[in-house]
Design a protein around this ligand. Sequence first.
Ligand SMILES: O=C(O)CCC(=O)C(=O)O
Ligand SMILES: [Fe+2]
Length: 219
Amino acid sequence: MILRSGHTPFMNQTSLFEIDIKQAKLNRLPKDGSVYYQSAFMDVESSAQFMHHLQHSIPWEADQLILFGKKITTRRKVAWVGDPQCTYTYSGVKKEPRVWTPELLVIKDRMEELAHAEFNSCLLNFYHDGEDGMGWHSDDEKELDSQSPIASLSLGATRKFAFKHKQDKKTSTLLLENGSALVMHPPTQEFWKHALLKTKTIHSPRINLTFRKMKLHHA
Ligand SMILES: O=C(O)CCC(=O)C(=O)O
Ligand SMILES: [Fe+2]
């Protein structure tokens, strides 16, 4: 598949995405939720092209969050894409979504097929290297539909992702490889936190796209 300007390489190419039935049945959590991992969901060549495309076309911005009462700016970069009504408050900062690109809509379709759900928004994260990560959190903001799964696609460097149970602190880790997909089903966010761990020995970038469903009418 050759990436040419003015040409959308991901349109209608369902064969770029593979679902492995064995992996699709294997819950990575021992209790209180379910998480399914698909290695090589997107093929290697498409993953590289899509990563390159996103790296250069997305208006990446530093993330701002409140940590111990202080506003901090992350080295990790983010972008927020979604349907027009999908404003989102993330760590105390309100965000307006950017419009879906044709490429992102194709990926969204495939992620919906994998997760058996519909998504209306996507948070994109850019990690320069292993010094960028994401701390322990649950994706349980009030704007999110807690009945919907959350599905993410990883591109680039393999990184360690971890779950920690909120009550017994039991942890479960897995590696998120280039082209892999991860689906977290309810009630995972209620019982578990997750984090993208820092790994000093990794010197190449990673992009993660997290597809979500927001409630469009909330008080
Ligand atoms: O980068 C990842 O794999 C995880 C990102 C994440 O947890 C999030 O965006 O909420
Ligand atoms: Fe998350």
